[in-house]
Design a protein around this ligand. Sequence first.
Ligand SMILES: C[S@@+](CC[C@H](N)C(=O)[O-])C[C@H]1O[C@@H](n2cnc3c(N)ncnc32)[C@H](O)[C@@H]1O
Length: 404
Amino acid sequence: MGKRLSPDEKLINDYLEEIDLKPSPDHRRFWEDLYLKYGNIVGNRLIEIFSLRSEEANNQDIYEVKNETLALSLDFAKYSADLYRRYFEWFIKRTKRSYRLILDIGCDNGIVTCFLAILFPDAEIMGIDIGENGIKCARQLAKRLNLTNITFYKIDWLQIKEHFPNCQFDLINSLRSFHEISDFPDEKYWSLNDLAGSDRNQENQEAYRLVSELLAEEESDFFACERLTTAGEVVSWIERLKQTGLYVKWEECDRLAFHEVGDVQEMPILVFHKIDSGIDTVQGVSEMYVRNEMIDTERKKEYLGESAEYVFTQLSDKEFIQGWQINFADESGKLRIEFWKQKNQLIFYEYSNLGDRELKMSPLDRLDASVKELSKKISCYASTGNDVLKYDRITSGDESDRNQ
Ligand SMILES: C[S@@+](CC[C@H](N)C(=O)[O-])C[C@H]1O[C@@H](n2cnc3c(N)ncnc32)[C@H](O)[C@@H]1O
């Protein structure tokens, strides 16, 4: 017998079934199904735009093509079907249900917006998007679902105030829209602390300032689930919003794991409101990233990614022994490999300014053997044309300029 679904799970299932949003298991099946249904012309145009996307194509091109009809738009959305399901599950679990006026920014074909209209039948829901065909599809979808509490507008977010000068929303939602509306942080950083600070990220604030202006003062939330791939990007993004008077509700944030046509992905879900909890951004983000990890340096001696940085910063009274910095010849980034001593332990910490981190702890008497093992790796970096700098002390105490 199947598991009995809760009313909330049933609501999600019914909605996804109604719009036939099943995830495609892999890329081949996804494209084959599109070709079979819509023929080579649409398939080839989409593939062409998709493969050019990261290089020269304008993102807007792909939206106009894939939103030519509602049927194509919904079939194309199968690419992200698992993301939608996970996002809806998070939404239902976390949210209070008393919103009255809701805005979905960058609503595209309205899949999320219509879900919100079903979830909050007593609220008025608005979806805005810059894409002509997306808004057309969204209107058709709402009609097909008989939703009467929803309206869609073709509007550029940056012009929103001209259209709705006096609106105050109690919920503003953005799923994957801000990375197209505004520049995203793409910063190199050695530690999360490098990215904190009120004097950073002052540029291009308009898109964020508008969220703050349109969000009601009290009992309001801004939900943002964006393609921020490292903890550093998350810190930078939060700091930007902080400057507009939007602060994180840490206990409601999460990391959303999902797959896109079989590829494993992760995006943070960040919830903002207008009350400053006083929690430092780096502390909040670090804790968010290690929330479900086992951090116990007595029992676990190896850490990767954000938990490695977290453990490294938590280890008190550590003394630096030796380090190497590798500046990659292709200028893609820089890597540091360091040995530290803490009590009777040897700490190996490898970290790059692109966000990769690895930490290993071993008995202190392993130092000579570990340095010997590492020397092979270091010579390999040097012999392949990368610049290698060795350092025996950290003079300035400043994390950022060991190689000066
Ligand atoms: C990745 S899609 C996300 C769509 C939708 N939120 C979802 O997850 O299904 C990004 C959307 O943002 C819209 N967009 C980009 N720039 C915009 C702008 N300046 N104003 C309004 N919408 C914009 C695009 O047209 C596109 O529909």
